[in-house]
Design a binder for this molecule. Structure first.
Ligand code: DON
Length: 558
């Protein structure tokens, strides 16, 4: 009898848990992309259709961060079934890629090869991911969800200040590609602020995708133009590489800490493994009971170990064996915690010479969506460095990524983000480069949060700090606005935004032996949606560091 009552209660609870917020919310890095998502939701689409619309609109409106020539991870939650899955649309290395392709005859890494021009580009995954989302999870046809982006590409989106700054930075690289320059250097120079930059070839490419699904990108006219352009400019793509590209649905990492459940991306994202390790170590260090500076000390030391393990072990799950269970188990966290002394900094082994770490923080992009039924998407998308490789195959409008730089070009040699790696993340045919992108969900009985950010190697710590802020009672605005600090094992230093550490905290951490480096400017561009189920409120916020927009709208008929 008791059992039956309990079962009935569980069913009731499950039923209640499936009811949605009755409103929609979208937070993204560009107002036009947020508007595209809301438009599709108002037209009867669900969160997955909105994700297609936002991703495609970002490709047009924020081409420095992500695009049809790039890839990403789309973390999904289906309200009706509770199913959660990650759509892995990460780029793959072309079949002709080799472990030493970015080294010269002397065996030294030539960084420009993996960062600029067609050799830097992996086979893009975004087009396949959008088709997959529409076909398997959406309510609307792909073409309908792509329509707002196609309209934006035809009209052109006005150049904003962050875009202009990145165009200036990447001017020379982009100038080398005539098709890129034709779009982004009107009259042979930088555009004026506010000038519209139409992208008619990209509009046509999106239209072919809408009409024919993934085949409209990976086969036929688009594929031929992509491969011809890449090969003529010295790249190694083949039609077969494109034809064989496939998204992978991966099981998410789910972890419970106290009252909170985290849903995290698995490899080839490193975010889920690193965040799990860090939380487990923090639990064992009694994080909740620590004072403010000891909390930061604990986070930094937990990160040091987790980023070391990232470098040593993580890579493409379809090509390398990884000790994931071990890295995420309680015993290992216990051992790690036992080696941390909250009175003194440890020192990272000196594996790499000091490097100039790329200071960026807002390329790549993230958006968060919850629809009225409670479906959710947390998506982080990338072309890697601003405007990716800078190379555009003529006639496609598709700026290719430089995600190949996320591989370890040589063991111990840092990439653009100062990250080192081993054979686990070596370049190899059809491999996916290890990523830091960490789209996530965090929930308790009363709260559901969808969050993520760009920011290279710092993505993982930003998401971690956002989660800790939520757990401390912060709302969406507090989560995205939280001042940030970071440690990634190498370089062995705490990197921090000016407001992240008080003068006293800086003095204390220095006296404990930490090296501190203040960031020249703020970094990251986080977008979060938080549903407070107890209060019946949906909140969304875009990072004050960027120009993004967050919007909560009543669902049609509500
Ligand atoms: O996948 C990764 O980890 C990188 N390609 C992300 C790059 C990024 O966030 C750039 N932003 N600063």
């Amino acid at each position: 009898m008791l059992k039956r009552v309990l079962a009935a209660a569980a069913l009731l609870f499950a039923g209640a848990a499936h009811a949605g917020p009755g409103q929609h919310a979208v937070a993204s890095a560009h107002p036009d992309a947020t508007a595209a998502g809301i438009e599709i939701l108002q037209a009867g689409g669900n969160a997955f259709d909105a994700a297609v619309a936002v991703s495609a609109a970002l490709a047009v409106a924020e081409p420095s961060g992500s695009g049809m020539g790039g890839g990403g991870f789309w973390l999904l939650h289906m309200a009706e079934t509770g199913k959660q899955i990650m759509v892995d649309g990460r780029e793959t290395a072309p079949a002709a890629a080799t472990a030493d392709m970015y080294r010269n005859d002397a065996g030294e890494v030539v960084a420009s090869l993996s960062r600029n021009g067609p050799l830097a580009a992996g086979i893009p995954g975004q087009a396949a991911a959008l088709a997959h989302l529409a076909e398997n999870y959406g309510r609307l046809p792909l073409a309908k969800s792509l329509a707002p982006a196609i309209a934006l590409a035809r009209e052109g989106v006005p150049v904003d200040a962050p875009m202009l700054a990145r165009l200036a930075w990447r001017f020379e690289v982009m100038e080398r590609s005539p098709a890129t320059a034709a779009v982004f250097h009107p009259d042979g120079s930088l555009p004026e602020p506010g000038q519209r930059l139409p992208q008619p070839d990209l509009a046509d490419t999106l239209q072919r995708l809408g009409e024919h699904g993934a085949k409209g990108f990976y086969e036929g006219a688009t594929a031929e133009l992509l491969v011809e352009g890449v090969r003529k400019a010295g790249g190694i793509w083949t039609l077969q590489d494109l034809r064989e590209y496939a998204v992978v649905e991966r099981s998410v990492i789910t972890q419970r800490f106290g009252d909170w459940t985290l849903t995290l991306p698995p490899p080839p994202s490193s975010g889920g493994v690193v965040i799990t390790q860090v939380f487990k170590v923090l639990e064992r260090l009694g994080y909740d009971g620590l004072n403010a500076v000891d909390r930061k000390h604990a986070v930094v030391e937990a990160l040091r170990t987790a980023y070391r393990d990232r470098a040593a072990w993580l890579g493409d799950p379809d090509h390398v064996e990884m000790p994931l269970e071990r890295l995420m188990d309680g015993d290992y966290a216990k051992q790690t915690a036992a080696r941390i002394d909250l009175k003194r900094a440890r020192s990272s082994a000196d594996l790499a010479s000091p490097v100039a770490v790329y200071e960026g923080g807002t390329d790549t992009t993230h958006f968060s969506v919850i629809d009225a039924d409670g479906n959710r998407v947390s998506a982080t998308l990338s072309v890697n460095l601003p405007f990716g490789s800078g190379f555009m195959p003529p006639g496609t409008g598709v700026l290719l990524n430089d995600e190949m730089d996320d591989f370890s070009a040589k063991p111990g040699v840092p990439n653009a983000y100062g990250l080192v790696g081993t054979a686990a993340n070596a370049v190899g045919p059809k491999r996916r480069p290890l990523s830091s992108m960490t789209p996530s969900f965090v929930e308790s009985e009363n709260t559901i949060a969808v969050l993520g950010t760009p920011g290279g190697s710092r993505i993982i710590t930003m998401v971690l700090l956002g989660m800790l802020e939520l757990m401390d009672g912060g709302d969406a605005a507090a989560i995205v606005g939280k001042p940030r600090y970071h440690h990634q094992y190498l370089p062995d230093e705490i990197y921090f935004e000016p407001k992240a550490l008080t003068a006293d905290e800086q003095a204390t951490l220095k006296s404990r032996g930490f090296a501190l480096r203040e960031s020249g400017r703020d970094y990251g561009n986080m977008h979060a949606v938080v549903w407070d189920k107890a209060a019946g409120e949906l909140n969304a916020a875009s990072d004050p560091r960027g120009i993004g927009a967050a919007h909560v709208a009543d669902a049609p008929g509500n």
